[in-house]
Design a protein around this ligand. Sequence first.
Ligand code: NAP
Length: 247
Amino acid sequence: MSDSPSYRTAVFGATSAIAGETLRALLADRPAEILLIGRNADRLETVAADLRARGAVCEVHATDLLNPDAGWESLLAGKEWDLFLIAHGSLPDQDATLADPHATGREIDINLISPVRIAAACARILDKQQKGTLAVFGSVAGDRGRQSNYLYGATKAALETFLAGLRHRFADLPAVAITLLKPGLTDTPMTANIEKGPLFSSASKVGEAAWKAIHKRKSTAYLPGWWRLVMGVIRHLPEFVLHKTKL
Ligand SMILES: NC(=O)c1ccc[n+]([C@@H]2O[C@H](COP(=O)([O-])OP(=O)(O)OC[C@H]3O[C@@H](n4cnc5c(N)ncnc54)[C@H](OP(=O)(O)O)[C@@H]3O)[C@@H](O)[C@H]2O)c1
C-alpha cells in the first residue's frame, strides 16, 4: 500500500460484484475511506466487512436508489470526495419485461433514471469541489441495438450520452473526470442465467481494469479493452448482415 492520503469514495449499488472487485483493486493501490450505498443492509455489511479486512474505513447506507427524494447531495455533504462510483444495474428477461409496462418502466428507472439523478447530484458536488471523479458503469450493450438486449442497451446508450454531455460541461475543469466504464460479458449474479462462453471475463479482471481506468482518469474504458474492437465490428455491421445474426 502506498503512503498516499485516504481516497474518499462513495459507491452507489455497492453490492455489485464488479464494484466490489473495483474497490478491492483500489485498496490494493491506496488507503481508502468508502461509503457503501445500496438497497440491502445485510449485503452491504458483508461487502463492508471484506473491505475493512483489506484496510478500508467503511460506512454503509441502505436506501432505495430509485427514490427521487432520497437527497443524495445532503447524504454526501460536508466531506470532500475523490470518487463517486455508480454501479447498480439490472438485466432481467427482456421479453417478460417488455410484456409488462410497469416492469419496463422499472428497468428504465434502475438502469437510466436513477443513475442519471445520482450522477447529476454528484456532478453538483464535483462542481463545488472543482475536482474529483465520477465513474459510472455503462455497458458494451449500449453500442448497438441488438435483438438480445435492446431495452437494457437503450438505457446504457442514453446513460453514455448523458455522461458525454456532462464531460463536455466540465471540459474547462481538468481536475474533474467523468469516466464511463463499459464492461463486456462478466461472470456476476447479473449474468447468472446466461450460458458462459469465451467472451466472458471474471469480475476481478473487470474490476481491476475499472480501477485502472478510474486511476488514469479515462473518459471511456471498455473492460477488458478488447471489447472496443469487438464492438467496433458490431457497430459497423450493415443492418442486413446484423439481421442475419442472433446477436
Ligand atoms: N455483468 C455483466 O456482464 C455486465 C456487463 C456490462 C455492464 N454491466 C454493468 O455493470 C454494473 C455492475 O453489474 P454487476 O455485473 O456487478 O451486477 P451484480 O453483481 O448483479 O450487481 C447489480 C447491482 O445492482 C443493484 N440493483 C439491482 N436492482 C436494483 C434496484 N432495483 N435497486 C437498487 N439496486 C439494484 C444490486 O443490488 P442488490 O445486491 O441489492 O441486488 C447490485 O448492487 C451494472 O451497471 C451493470 O449494468 C455488467
